[in-house]
Design a binder for this molecule. Structure first.
Ligand code: TYD
Length: 218
């Protein structure tokens, strides 16, 4: 089972991904938590480049770097873990590319990016995606104390476009993407996620520990 966490910077998705990983491990599930960009040595090095505020990165080059980091992570860690029966939690996955490079940067249209994303992952689609939705001003206020990385130097209008793109994706794929009100307390959001995960785990043998695939044929 592959679960991704999405949202604008400051939405609290990293906290939620960690809490779910701990909860699953405590319940006896073999769990792998990875972040994007990152999760392999190559992908972490690409992450350093992408977030380096002193670097000028041209928008298409940026897209390709995110894609390269994801490709390496999928092939070297996520697929092997899924095949070994792990529940894999991704702190961001390809919806970030559609939302940030597609919506935020307006680099390519969304359909083009969605196809591109599936090409990069060879049709590996998250089984469930939690979109932690928070108004842009709330997210920016949460992050005000932190030193911004290269991606976080964008203005509020950029984040509005990213958020709107998440909203569109959630509308397009309601069976996969669940919107959560991320202005709520951490414990409340976690409880919603845990309840949803449990439902999926209980729903049938295809979500048993091991032996299922999140691949979609196309
Ligand atoms: P993240 O790890 O959430 O940042 P932080 O550790 O500071 O909370 O994500 C790094 C940044 O990269 C974030 O601003 C979102 C951006 N991003 C994209 O623009 N496209 C992508 O495909 C991904 C995965 C991330």
């Amino acid at each position: 089972m592959l679960i991704s966490f999405e949202g604008i910077d400051g939405s609290g998705k990293t906290t939620q991904a960690r809490l779910l990983a701990e909860r699953l491990e405590a319940a006896g599930y073999r769990t792998l938590l990875v972040r994007e960009p990152g999760g392999t040595e190559l992908s972490e090095r690409i992450r350093d480049l992408l977030l380096d505020a002193s670097l000028d990165i041209e928008p298409l080059a940026e897209l390709l770097l995110f894609a390269a980091a994801r490709r390496q992570l999928v092939m070297r860690r996520i697929r092997p873990a899924l095949e070994a029966g792990y529940i894999v939690l991704c702190d961001r996955f390809y919806d970030s590319t559609t939302a940030y490079q597609g919506g935020g940067r307006a680099l390519k249209d969304l359909a083009w990016l969605q196809n591109f994303n599936l090409w990069v992952t060879e049709n590996l689609v998250p089984h469930r995606t939690y979109w932690l939705d928070v108004p842009v001003d709330v997210a920016l206020a949460r992050r005000a104390q932190l030193y911004p990385d290269r991606m976080e130097q964008a203005d509020p209008a950029f984040y509005e476009r990213v958020r709107n793109t998440y909203a569109r994706l959630a509308q397009e794929e309601p069976e996969r993407i669940l919107r959560l009100d991320a202005t709520a307390e951490v414990a409340t959001v976690h409880a919603e996620i845990w309840a949803d995960v449990q439902q999926h785990l209980a729903a049938g043998t295809r979500f048993e520990r091991g032996g299922f695939s999140t691949e979609k044929s196309c």
